[in-house]
Design a protein around this ligand. Structure first.
Ligand code: MSP
Length: 516
């Protein structure tokens, strides 16, 4: 591989129901990061997918009177449709019912058995079908799983176990040294404190009474535990065939994104499987919080859920992407209500970015014959580009690099929008319409050139977040680099060309009017 590689994953969501806004949140974030790294010319692989086995899905399909394969086939279409709609550009979509995945997982399990990492035993304990996880009494609140508000089932059956505790110390070391980085830092502390207080128990990696799963190669009366099957997607999704010494070149993942609900398993079972297989660990796990609504967890009973389609319908695709990514600090819980989202849409998109672009293009049409004006000064001297007293667009690039490297998505957006506000102030201060009236052509051209130069940069800067809008601005200004299939942001430093005819398009973000 010539260029630096960047491999990013999202969790593979359960194919038990249609996608909801929480799934969209993680997946849009991954898409933003993938697009940002592509802009830098990196060789990006963004893996999405679905977790299609296990008791939860088996039961739901039964209840719907469908066979599980037919059921997950339908759900997978729903996910793919939504991702297409949301302009998610994944490079791979792995389904755990794919024959290649199944074969590779079986090979891996056989190897774990051959290496004596797996042994046969008897399991007795609690199991939450909602989580598809074994639970201890200390995980429960009033006898129920707090995430699913349901009492776990009691299980006693023969199964195969994966050895966990013998690798606990080497796992702790790797986490401490950031060889296996867990971010944000509070989650690293949480996991380390968990690992230092509890001896990891060997986990059951097979189930005897669940038919909807991959048969265990060494004992076909068992199927493989759904989480073990699911974790291996991160390898099979890039073409791994189950052979530890033939690892695809994208490996290891640079970032694995997930919500805080599934960090513990990703920080324990997942690396232990890899250590047993002799495969290097992912570089970084990044955990984000939950989307809440009005301070409460979204739930059907409370009636505060927001469907992705509902947001797209009201705010458009880019509106939805923007509102999700700017809802709050990535890593913390964020709060989203349709009412607040509507206010933000009007302020930041219709009045903010949309209005700045519309005004700038309209003034160019009116005062400069619809062409990027000629200037006789060095564009580098334009205040919107370099004035230290202004949140200029060069500063935005620095912020973007730094914020996106640290997954501060909301802050990255904040910096771009601070520039948009600066550009608006610049218009108010310089009043191009007065300059036109007074016949001050040079000053007028300088002002408009700076504004066009500014929105040219903004088109690049917003690309990872709201790519459709970015391309519309690129079209208006005829920005060649962005209009190419795989843009590289180094092109962004090329100055806009005086004399270029602008093409004013449709309104970027129509006002919501009576819609909300
Ligand atoms: N199938 C497992 C993951 C296996 S990965 C090897 C699973 N699936 S899930 O459908 O339950 O998806 C959980 C993930 O969906 C969370 O970790 C998070 O990425 C996303 N979210 C689900 N609800 C969410 C919110 N309310 N808020 C934010 N993200 C949420 O667990």
């Amino acid at each position: 591989m010539q260029n630096k590689k960047f491999y990013i994953t999202t969790p593979i969501y359960y194919a038990n129901a249609k996608p909801h806004i929480g799934h969209a949140y993680t997946t849009v974030a991954a898409d933003v990061l993938a697009r940002f790294h592509r802009l830098q010319g990196e060789e990006v692989f963004f893996l999405a997918g679905l977790d299609e086995h296990g008791l939860k899905i088996q039961r739901i399909a039964e209840k719907a009177g469908k066979n599980p394969q037919g059921f997950v086939n339908e759900i997978s279409q729903e996910f793919k449709r939504l991702w297409d709609k949301l302009n998610i550009k994944y490079d791979g979509f792995i389904r755990t019912t794919a024959p290649e995945h199944k074969k590779a997982v079986q090979k891996a399990l056989q190897r774990l058995y051959d290496r004596r990492s797996i042994y046969k035993g008897m399991y007795e304990g609690l199991y939450c079908v909602g989580c598809e996880q074994f639970k201890t009494e200390s995980d429960l609140v009033d006898g129920k799983c707090p995430d699913h508000n349901a009492a776990p089932e009691h299980l006693k059956e023969e199964c195969y176990f994966l050895k966990m505790s013998e690798l606990q110390n080497s796992l702790i070391k790797k986490i401490k040294k950031d060889e296996f980085q867990i971010t944000p830092d509070k989650y690293k502390k949480e996991i380390l404190s968990f690992l230092e207080k509890h001896k990891l128990r060997d986990i059951s990696i097979s189930r005897k009474n669940i038919s909807w799963g991959i048969p265990l190669p060494l004992d076909s009366t068992h199927t493989i535990y759904v989480w073990v099957d699911a974790f291996l997607n991160y390898l099979t999704g890039i073409g791994w065939k189950g052979e530890p010494n033939k690892i695809p070149e994208q490996w290891p993942p640079d970032i694995q994104l997930m919500g805080k609900d599934i960090l513990r398993v990703h920080a324990t079972i997942w690396p232990v499987i890899l250590l047993h297989l002799g495969i290097s660990l992912p570089k970084k796990l990044f955990t984000h919080g939950f989307i809440l609504s009005g301070g409460k967890k979204m739930s059907k009973t409370l009636g505060n859920t927001i469907a992705p389609e509902e947001m797209i319908e009201k705010f458009g695709v880019d509106g939805t992407r923007y509102l999700l990514m700017s809802a709050g600090t990535f890593g913390e819980d964020v709060d989203l209500t349709m009412e607040r989202a509507a206010g933000k849409y009007e302020a930041d998109l219709a009045n903010g970015l949309g209005n700045l672009v519309a005004r700038t293009l309209a003034m160019t049409e009116k005062y400069c014959e619809g062409k990027i004006p000629k200037i006789n000064k060095d564009p580098e001297k334009h205040p919107l580009r370099t004035d230290k007293n202004i949140h200029n667009w060069k500063k935005v690039w620095q912020d973007l690099d730094e914020n996106l490297a640290n997954l501060r998505l909301n802050e990255a957006i904040g910096s771009i929008w601070k520039f948009i506000a600066e550009a608006d102030n610049y218009i108010e201060r310089n009043k191009p319409w007065n300059l036109a009236k007074l016949g001050k052509t040079e000053e007028l051209n300088w002002a408009l050139y700076g504004l066009l130069d500014g929105i040219h940069q903004v088109a690049w800067q917003i690309y990872p977040f709201i790519p459709e809008t970015s391309l519309k601005i690129a079209e208006a200004l005829d920005i060649k680099g962005l209009l190419k299939k795989s843009p590289n942001y180094k092109d962004s430093w090329i100055n806009i060309k005086p004399g270029t005819k602008i093409k004013k398009g449709a309104v970027l973000f129509p006002r919501l009017g009576s819609k909300v």
